[in-house]
Unconditional design. Structure first.
Length: 244
């Protein structure tokens, strides 16, 4: 999983540098596909069947711009402009093991409120990662995100969650970014690996799916941010597999 995770990090690092005014989200897609192919890996998202949609996802990346929360599809018609933010989500598989990560990148200068949204979302992920220790519970991870996000006046998306990951892209347990008392709350043990991915809206938490059946947007049109790492529980604490 470390190999897959480092490849995902390398691709995202390259794509950050391509996020500029005038670039298209399809430009990002083509570069990601090239890098994964040249690494001898397989793109985890492309061809992934989602029962709720009834179709296979057609791209390597999810590129979600501004009010798009997740699953935005790359397009040569989506030209980035100053003030936009683009969330880039990518997964890769090497030797039967998966890595999954996401980041949200501003296009040039953004408003102070949007800059705060990105900062708080990334901080909430780091706080959640620190809870990935033996003996803690899953709800400790969820609570770390929710507490930080809501204290800063933003909303946690509730319709979509993080997940276990390993020899499949999506495994149990689900990892909500809020405390849900109805869910199981297992203790974290050595060897558990989770894809923790705060999805945070500047406005209300409500989301809707567009007519393309994939793209999820904020219902009130507010901006959204998405950060994700694949994280393992070890005896000495969290090991982030998707960064050096």
């Amino acid at each position: 999983m470390r190999q897959a995770g480092l490849l995902v990090w390398k691709v995202l690092d390259a794509l950050r540098g391509m996020v500029k005014e005038g670039a298209t989200t399809l430009d990002l897609e083509r570069e990601a596909e090239r890098m994964i192919r040249e690494a001898g890996a397989r793109a985890a998202f492309k061809g992934y069947y989602v029962p709720a949609v009834g179709a296979k996802y057609p791209y390597v990346l999810c590129t979600s711009v501004n009010d798009e929360i997740i699953h935005g599809m790359p397009s040569d018609k989506r030209v980035l402009k100053k003030g936009d933010v683009v969330s880039i989500d990518i997964g890769a598989e090497i030797g039967g093991y998966y890595g999954d990560s996401a980041t949200t990148v501003p296009v040039g200068e953004v408003s102070p409120e949007v800059a705060k949204l990105l900062r708080v979302t990334e901080e909430s992920l780091e706080l959640a990662i620190q809870q990935m220790r033996p003996g803690n519970r899953l709800a400790d991870v969820s609570a770390a995100v929710q507490r930080h996000v809501e204290r800063n006046g933003f909303s946690v998306v509730r319709d979509f969650v993080g997940h276990g990951i390993g020899t499949r892209l999506h495994e149990e347990p689900q990892v909500p970014n809020y405390v849900d008392r109805r869910n199981d709350n297992p203790r974290l043990k050595e060897g558990v690996v989770l894809a923790i991915e705060p999805m945070v809206n500047a406005g209300k938490a409500d989301a809707k799916v567009l007519a393309d059946r994939w793209t999820v947007v904020t219902r009130d049109g507010s901006y959204s941010a998405h950060f994700e790492h694949t994280v393992a529980v070890t005896a000495t604490g969290p090991w982030v597999l998707t960064r050096p």
